[in-house]
Design a protein around this ligand. Structure first.
Ligand SMILES: NC(=O)c1ccc[n+]([C@@H]2O[C@H](COP(=O)([O-])OP(=O)(O)OC[C@H]3O[C@@H](n4cnc5c(N)ncnc54)[C@H](O)[C@@H]3O)[C@@H](O)[C@H]2O)c1
Length: 289
């Protein structure tokens, strides 16, 4: 595997992923509707991930695909725009890659794929820690688009034998941005309760992407991700008692333990997060060693 196509290459995860891939020795083709930043891909292309022609041109010489292009929040378009853009782009990228025999694709799903965190109704998760099988209850176009993307991944595996990892990203930001989000969430913890106050440092997001691209796992898999702790600087069981008292907790939690089960990421991809916003030097390993 030498050249990776990154769609959504001008986005926050796409730019960081392109840098990480380049640093690891890969060549990077970027695809984006437009570039507002200096591109971190060595072959940046302007194009629409929904367009068969644009994606065909972008796949030239490509060995694997990282598909990130999406409208990343339901508020950033009408429901029709969000659903159509996200689902059509993912299907087109998977279909074009599959028909060319590119056998490894990583796509961006979301912690929202099960629909509860953004639900307009007062529903709560069926249990914590959240895992990839937690019951879905969807009321917005963005969450639905991510759920359909996961189905499209399964189809691509069944139809073209494409190996697809759908990474369920939680809030993924740089440390600086995470600290800003944490301050906001601390002033009202209820706003992130239904996503279990989950987050992932952007550097860990890139590491998970590279682990998925380099994995030899076959088939289509949904993989949940999160840092090992919650975003808010409070004990997890205290947060649960106050903001999610009715949700069953399936295993004991201690300290600031995360409420996302990341065992599949560890078992399938060999990925464990390294970064926490709560540690002085920012790494989990530093406090355990
Ligand atoms: N950052 C997060 O916290 C987070 C959390 C969960 C899931 N995700 C998912 O990860 C992916 C990347 O997120 P991000 O935070 O980097 O978003 P972003 O908005 O920063 O980047 C997305 C990029 O995709 C491009 N794009 C959108 N539709 C396109 C199309 N049809 N063709 C070509 N380019 C298109 C946009 O122009 C943008 O540059 C998205 O799929 C998002 O849903 C992100």
């Amino acid at each position: 595997m030498k050249r990776v196509l990154v769609t959504g290459a001008d986005g926050s995860i796409g730019r960081a992923a392109a840098i990480g891939l380049y640093a690891d020795g890969y060549d990077v083709t970027g695809l984006s509707l437009r570039y507002d930043h200096v591109s971190t891909a060595d072959r940046p292309l302007v194009g629409d991930a929904r367009s068969p022609d644009d994606v065909a041109a972008a796949l030239d010489g490509v060995d694997a695909v990282l598909h990130l292009a999406a409208i990343p929040h339901p508020s950033l378009g009408t429901p029709e725009e969000v659903f159509e853009n996200n689902v059509a782009a993912t299907f087109n990228v998977l279909s074009q890659a599959g028909q060319r025999g590119i056998d490894r694709v990583v796509i961006a799903s979301s912690i929202n794929a099960f629909g509860v965190p953004m639900n307009v109704n007062p529903v709560v998760p069926a249990y914590y820690p959240l895992d990839e099988d937690v019951r879905a209850d969807i009321s917005d176009a963005y969450s639905l688009s991510k759920s359909v993307d996961e189905q499209s991944a399964r189809m691509a595996w069944r139809r073209w034998g494409t190996n697809v990892i759908a990474l369920r990203f939680p809030l993924v930001k740089s440390r600086k941005d995470l600290l800003r989000f944490a301050a906001k969430a601390e002033s009202d913890p209820s706003i992130m309760a239904r996503e279990g106050w989950a987050y992932l440092d952007l550097r860990d997001g890139v590491a998970a992407i590279i682990a998925a691209l380099e994995s030899s796992v076959t088939g289509a898999h949904v993989v949940g991700l999160a840092a090992d702790d919650v975003l808010i600087d409070r004990p997890t069981d205290e947060l649960l008692r106050e903001y999610a008292p009715t949700v069953p907790v399936r295993r004991p939690v201690a300290g600031r333990d995360a409420l996302v089960d990341t065992s599949r990421a560890r078992d399938l991809l060999g990925f464990s997060p390294r970064y926490s916003i709560h540690n002085d030097d920012h790494t989990v390993s530093a406090i355990t060693s």
